[in-house]
Ligand binder design. Sequence first.
Ligand code: ZN
Length: 210
Amino acid sequence: MTITHHLDAATLMSFAAGSLPSALAAVAAAHVAMCPHCRREVAMLERIGGTLISALAPAQLDHSQPAMPQTTRAASPTPVAAAAGEIPTPLAPLIGGSLDAVAWRWIGPGLRHRRLPLRGEGSLQLIKASPGASVPEHTHGGSEITLVLRGALSDSSGRYGPGDVADVDGDIEHTPVADPEAGCICVIATEAPTRFRGLIARLMQPWHGL
Ligand SMILES: [Zn+2]
């Protein structure tokens, strides 16, 4: 597996601090489990965070509060187990053992999805796109991270294979297209509901909870 698209610096920093919304944190953890480069970045950011706290003089610390907020430590993403197979370890409890055993739901020509159970902020879903199928043009009300698990996806920013992430913010409009031979299965985390454009997409949206 050759990973060429990584989490951006702001996402890695929020992930290391344990402050990403649940859905984005789940996909970030999955990418980090698959990607040695981002694992090194997260380890470095955590060392920097620890050094900053220990460098504070005792008088600067408010002893009524723990040095690191409990909620932050509880949400700390590390240690992240290395991934094996197509489903990264952090997502295995949500997806199950095999992408071939997923109970897909039809949402449009060449497109199926499965919403994943998630507690906390944001939404998480698997998308299965047939060869050459495109996801309707959409914008985001917040951050979105897409992680490819099988096949490939292309948009104006490049080609994304297994392990690659597309980490985009709320202002970008894009129309990803699945690989013409292999199709694509990916997991998408959104901070806010995705807004599709175009009449058919708008008609589909209320019925399929996208
Ligand atoms: Zn990476």
